[in-house]
Design a binder for this molecule. Sequence first.
Ligand SMILES: Cc1cc2nc3c(=O)[nH]c(=O)nc-3n(C[C@H](O)[C@H](O)[C@H](O)COP(=O)(O)OP(=O)(O)OC[C@H]3O[C@@H](n4cnc5c(N)ncnc54)[C@H](O)[C@@H]3O)c2cc1C
Length: 401
Amino acid sequence: MRRIETEILVVGGGLAGLAATAALAAEGFATLCVDPAPVAADEHAAGADLRSTAFLMPSVALLERAGLWAALEPHAAPLRLMRILEDGGPGAGIRTRAEFDAAEIGEPLFGWNLPNWLIRREMLARLSALPGAMLRQAGFVAMVPRLRDIVVRLSDGTQVRARLVVAADGRDSAVRRALGIPAPRIGYGQKAVVFAVSCTLPHQGVSTEIHRAGGPFTLVPLPDRDGVPHAAVVWMEDGPRAAELATMPVQAFETELNARACGVLGRLGLATPRALWPIISQIAARFDGPRSLLVAEAAHVMPPIGAQGLNTSLRDVALLRDLLVEARAAGADIGAPELLARHARRRRAEAALRIAGIDLLNRASQAGARPLREMRRLGLEMLHRTGPLRRLAMRAGMGRG
Ligand SMILES: Cc1cc2nc3c(=O)[nH]c(=O)nc-3n(C[C@H](O)[C@H](O)[C@H](O)COP(=O)(O)OP(=O)(O)OC[C@H]3O[C@@H](n4cnc5c(N)ncnc54)[C@H](O)[C@@H]3O)c2cc1C
């Protein structure tokens, strides 16, 4: 049997697990990341993740310190302004327009957007060059925590001895199940149709969210391709309607798409295949266990509104990095229960608040009944017109609140 010794074992090599591995290895911790899935780091590869991620500025700071940002920045589109529109539906047109400018809270930008398959490619390149970082294609099977370490069995028969296990193995986390931690799930009967579009008008760094019923329709800037403006689209709808949109012939789909986009970026053309993502909220009852910590979607999942999901996960990673660096400087154990409990308490409190806020926004956006839509419109107008409230919302959305 093969045996590996490391300080930290990161279970799961999704974007959160890869970022955690780079962030911890960059601080000099020997870090092994395991994932059974082959990494699809090419746009056209089977299983490639065609979503994009809007990294808000605090996440960019984490990626910079981990040595990841320099390779990502050339492929990223800046996000300067967020625009929210309330579409009254056929005949009524746009009824409310609210704009949120990063400059108003003293930030040059809200963040940067780039395709997930490309983020993965650049993260893998960085990890292969980073001393102290290791990747292994194998899954977590079981673990036995002990007084000074934790022993983990992988699907390829390898035994890993580490001081700490960081579970970033997604919403159905095997580590979470092994710890016996429940994670209640809220379903909305909704799915997101995700794809990229070409546009006849430039986006000028503006991200647009359009509300009608069924859920928000969001256009997020992508870098131009061959001089043509592009944007990433997340179109949330009730499940059956989303399934219908995802499989509709392209021409019919583009007609629906252009009607839903209200012409904000001119004429849109479908530029990639369409993918469907289920929409849920979920939070683990606790985020820590013996010599183990749940982070990212293993700990918390929220609907994709306001770019909160991975950004919340990267704040888990930033706090973990800081606590581990502090523990090492004090000569303390990096898997000590008090340290893990401190991390878990702080991160669970923040994730629970964010999930509650996003849940409310999603339910409001899903509502189709006229009185509820009117309430949503008035709420948006009040938020937009009240300066202090508007700035508070922007800071909280960025994770600076
Ligand atoms: C449509 C959509 C748009 C989004 N847009 C944004 C955005 O703009 N900004 C933002 O911040 N967030 C966004 N999010 C959220 C973000 O995409 C997710 O938070 C993120 O991708 C989840 O990352 P993760 O690494 O936690 O989980 P995953 O990506 O699910 O990764 C988990 C990994 O664990 C591995 N794994 C599973 N089982 C095992 C095992 N037994 N052993 C080892 N490994 C295992 C899996 O193979 C997988 O690679 C969006 C989400 C959706 C659905």
